[in-house]
Design a protein around this ligand. Structure first.
Ligand SMILES: NC(=O)c1ccc[n+]([C@@H]2O[C@H](COP(=O)([O-])OP(=O)(O)OC[C@H]3O[C@@H](n4cnc5c(N)ncnc54)[C@H](O)[C@@H]3O)[C@@H](O)[C@H]2O)c1
Ligand SMILES: O=P(O)(O)OC[C@H](O)CO
Length: 325
């Protein structure tokens, strides 16, 4: 099975490094200097510096080179996935979506976008608690591969899985995607707690109440509760809410320290998906009547509509209710 990776950011490069252990792997980078840097120095100096890359990774800045692949691992920022797939040379037999987000314009999960752009391809999702630099270093990692047809997922798992890259199968595609998208917004909130010095109790409460929001939204979208409580949901939420290695957590930490969102977002080369997911997630939750007060607070902070103190006061003034709600 010939693998092509679409997206030469940190995660696309780390996934190419994993796939290269099973044979030559094409890696498309949007920036010609990234493809050139990998070809010349075997390092992605821009997005994954310090990691020596396998000789079995063949970098390219020309998407049409991926026409010969059987499967594409799609690892663009969520908001650019549709445009990249639309400019790609046809579609392969299978797409494995590895990005985390919700398309802002359409409100669609990424598997819905992919099915519109590649109608005949099998569309699957790979998601979980996976910092790129740890995966690239070969540290133990476990993730969820969600697909409607188990045999198709098994074939890709056989090609990608390694002892330190453990892939669990699921048939809950929407569930795997909701967890990855929502946790990025909640990680921003956890970063705010850190930056504002609100303490470990507050962070734990936020993870638990944030998980309740993720579960309410996921169930409304047809996800299963056990998927949301698994690697791609709770697992990734715990990881991303615990470390400044997370770009989303770091963004939130800056907000908590009082820096304006516009300043924090300016000149970013790396993507903090939660900043793009927050407004669309808030819009969808309000349209669908799903209560998501933490998501709304993050959206207000990012848009500059409210200060940290104002959203904190609002959250703490919420009525005390039964925990299961
Ligand atoms: N970094 C991680 O640890 C990690 C882990 C799991 C999932 N992800 C997800 O993978 C996706 C990609 O993140 P990343 O960390 O690899 O990226 P990154 O932050 O390392 O790099 C930014 C990427 O965005 C691309 N980009 C910028 N503008 C673009 C445009 N107009 N069109 C297409 N591409 C554009 C760049 O080419 C580059 O590949 C995100 O959805 C992220 O949530 C990341
Ligand atoms: O750095 P972040 O916040 O984009 O998180 C990276 C991965 O999604 C963690 O699983």
């Amino acid at each position: 099975m010939k693998v092509g990776v679409i997206g030469g950011g940190a995660w696309g490069t780390a996934l190419a490094q994993v796939a290269a252990q099973g044979g030559e792997t094409l890696l498309w980078a949007r920036e010609p200097e990234v493809a050139a840097s990998i070809a010349d120095t075997r390092e992605n100096a821009l997005f994954l510096p310090g990691v020596p890359l396998s000789n079995a990774i063949r970098p390219t800045a020309d998407l049409s080179d991926l026409a010969s692949c059987d499967v594409w691992l799609v690892v663009t920022p969520a908001q650019h996935m549709r445009q990249v797939l639309e400019t790609a040379p046809g579609c392969p037999k299978a797409l494995l979506l590895c990005s985390k987000g919700i398309e802002e314009a359409s409100g669609q999960l990424l598997h819905q976008v992919a099915r519109e752009t590649c109608r005949d391809a099998a569309v699957m999702v790979l998601s979980g608690p996976t910092f790129a630099h740890e995966v690239a270093a070969g540290l133990p990692t476990a993730l969820t591969l969600a697909a409607e047809i188990e045999a198709e997922a098994e074939a890709i798992r056989a090609r990608l899985a390694r002892p330190s890259f453990r892939i669990y199968l699921s048939d809950d595609v929407a569930g795997a995607e909701v967890g990855g998208a929502v946790k990025n917004v909640l990680a921003i909130a956890c970063g705010v707690v850190e930056g504002r010095g609100l303490g470990q109790n507050a962070r734990a409460a936020l993870i638990a109440r944030g998980f309740a929001e993720m579960t309410r939204f996921g169930l409304a979208r047809g996800a299963r509760a056990e998927t949301l409580a698994g690697l791609s949901g709770l697992g990734d939420l715990v990881l991303t809410c615990s470390s400044t290695s997370s770009r989303n957590f770091s963004l939130g930490k800056g907000l908590g320290q009082g820096r304006p969102a516009a300043e924090l977002m300016a000149d970013r080369r790396t993507v903090a998906e939660g900043a793009f997911t927050a407004p669309v997630l808030r819009r969808l939750s309000e349209q669908e009547g799903v209560d998501m007060p933490i998501v709304a607070a993050v959206d207000d902070l990012l848009s500059g509509r409210a200060s940290v103190d104002a959203v904190l006061e609002r959250l703490l003034a919420r009525p005390l209710r039964l925990e299961r709600h």
